[in-house]
Design a protein around this ligand. Sequence first.
Ligand code: NAP
Length: 266
Amino acid sequence: MTQPKGYALITGASSGIGAVYANRLAQQGYDLILVARNQQRLEHLAKRLKSDTQRNVEVVVADLNLAADLARIEQLLQDDSRISLLVNNAGVGATASLLESDADKMDAMILLNVLALTRLAKAAAANFVAQGRGTLINIGSIVALAPTLLNGVYGGSKAYVQAFSESLEHELKDKGVTVQVVLPGVTATEFWDVAGLAVTNLPEAMIMTAEHLVDAALAGLALGEKVTIPSLPDSQDWAAYEAARLALGPNLSHRSPAQRYGVTTA
Ligand code: NAP
């Protein structure tokens, strides 16, 4: 018998990675608040999870690109002390290059992947800090580390998610709040259809199921990882990457430009 753990609010719970989080977190003993635009899908999932797990499952239909809907979810996250976990998962991608992209679609991507994620994280963080507990999971992407792989706005938005999450983790770690950023590689979901390239066009060896992705991400959370890259075979590779980044630290801000630029500062 699992112990009740409070409510987990999952954005983008109507399909793919978010729907699997809903399933796994209900099995772990969380009650759920499922957020997305597609009411029918959310209610179908809620009904199934209620019957499979006997947990409470609430559905909140919201388009996080609409200011009023976003404000409603922010308010919920900030005020509802039952919520102990946020999975900031809703996101969209694109495969077209910037020059071939529609500028309004790029705006919408930034709005969802960056702005909505940030506002929801802030609202949840305020609630969690007030309670002295809580978990925030942000879904990034490996394109944060490989920005030339897909559309530059998508890569940039996910680099933001990674940097933002690491900063938030640093800010909240002494306040009882856990922050994890998950960097999925190619995952078999509708993401690819929305992004403009069916996942079947990609090499099978690169494609993980959403179930395996979420199970690994939750295992990473249980291990205390701040950054989880489910595909990465050797965690020492990430440690080395981080060490190289940190080694730059002492030289990132000096009074004078580096000698190679030939700027006289006398
Ligand atoms: P998905 O199946 O397309 O799921 C995206 C979810 O976001 C859906 O539930 C969708 O639901 C919701 N959503 C989209 N626009 C929304 C909006 N304006 N307001 C509210 N909800 C919205 O794709 P997925 O792969 O599970 O994606 C989940 C996350 O993983 C995204 O952040 C994505 O960037 C990230 N990721 C995916 C991959 C991959 O290869 N699949 C790799 C790296 C990272 P509705 O349509 O019902 O609103």
